[in-house]
Design a protein around this ligand. Structure first.
Ligand code: ZN
Length: 344
């Protein structure tokens, strides 16, 4: 299932995300040499409808091409181009495919050939050695650019704060690329804003270029003023049997149309996420990191509105109904700066 190459196939850098499937024929790991080793590992298109990673890599590699057509990189690059068939269709994943960012080693979902492929990618990189790992995503909703880490280690935090001072630490969901790669090297996920924003592509490209020029990732503490660290404490879903929508419309829950503006804002108790039609038995599915349903801790229905019982900070709130169904409504975060490692 996995194709492994040691050079760029002809025409690759001219290909848009929808053309990669035809050109590559499937998920592909490409090793490109550089002046320093071990390589930086970069994965793109874990989600087929998030082109920012491929566009950033394409731009990066093009800028390192010499006139003769030779690629000169300051450090080796192992590039994993993931779900190209979903990218051809412009969707997160095809029907029948698993989510490519939930099937890496550590995943708790039932094994599939795609799980085995991700295991193979990790095994190959373990054998080669790897400097650091970067997985690049778009997201929906109005979120700032931010990085995510799964381990609170100074080298990992340095890697991530090179991209943004806003960082999110999480350990659920399992099976994400960064969690698997965190066992080999400093690893980060980049969240680069909405699809189609040029600023997201430019920011990711400049970041990768900076990573390729790094000689070491420092082990000393990140200055506390340089980091806003948040911890994801829960994931919020709309239960399958509950309908939702936006006004004007009819559904069990009519969500606040301004929802996206609430991302990364510390919301006071009582903030309404939407209106509940008729009965008060409607509940969201809110799971903590251990998978326990903790809906009653965060939400209640009052005066026909679905309101916060506690002050929280959400991320990934979106108006995209398909994303809400396939992934989630949002994540709930708490400020976590006290947990940044520092020297005593
Ligand atoms: Zn994604």
């Amino acid at each position: 299932m996995l194709q492994e190459l040691c050079a760029l196939p002809a025409g690759l850098l001219d290909a848009g995300p929808r053309e990669l499937d035809t050109l590559l024929g499937g998920p592909t790991l490409i090793h490109l040499p550089g002046n320093r080793e071990p390589p930086l590992f970069v994965s793109v298109l874990m989600h087929g409808n998030e082109p920012v990673g491929w566009e950033a890599v394409r731009s990066l590699l093009t800028s390192h091409l010499e006139r003769s057509g030779t690629l000169r990189l300051p450090r080796g690059l192992s590039l994993f181009i993931g779900n190209v068939s979903a990218a051809a269709a412009g969707v997160r994943h095809l029907p029948g495919q698993p989510d490519y960012n939930r099937i890496w080693p550590g995943s708790e979902s039932p094994p599939t050939p795609e799980h085995a492929m991700m295991q193979e990618v990790v095994d190959l990189m373990r054998r080669r050695g790897v400097f650091a790992s970067v997985d690049i995503h778009n997201n929906t909703g109005c979120n700032p650019h931010y990085g995510c880490v799964n381990l609170l280690d100074n080298r990992y935090l340095h890697l991530a704060t090179l991209f943004s001072r806003i960082l999110v630490y999480f350990i659920q969901p399992r099976g994400v690329q960064s969690m698997a790669m965190s066992r080999l090297c400093p690893a980060v996920i980049l969240e680069c804003g909405k699809v189609g924003e040029k600023h997201g592509v430019d920011h990711a490209r400049d970041y990768l270029d900076a990573c390729l020029h790094l000689s070491v990732l420092p082990d000393h503490p990140v200055a506390s003023g340089d980091i806003d660290l948040f911890h994801t404490v829960a994931q919020v879903k709309v239960p399958e049997d509950v309908s939702f929508g936006f006004p004007p419309g009819e559904a069990d829950i009519l969500l606040n149309p301004e929802l996206e503006l609430l991302n990364f804002r510390e919301l006071p108790r009582g903030t309404a996420l939407g209106r509940v039609d008729g009965h008060n038995g409607i509940r969201l599915d809110v799971r903590d990191e251990q998978g326990r349903n903790i809906s009653d801790r965060y939400f209640h229905v009052e005066d026909g509105e679905l309101r916060l019982k506690l002050p929280v900070m959400p991320s990934m709130l979106t108006r995209d109904e398909e994303v809400i169904r396939q992934d989630c409504l949002c994540y709930i975060m708490e400020r976590y700066n006290d947990h940044v490692p520092h020297r005593d």
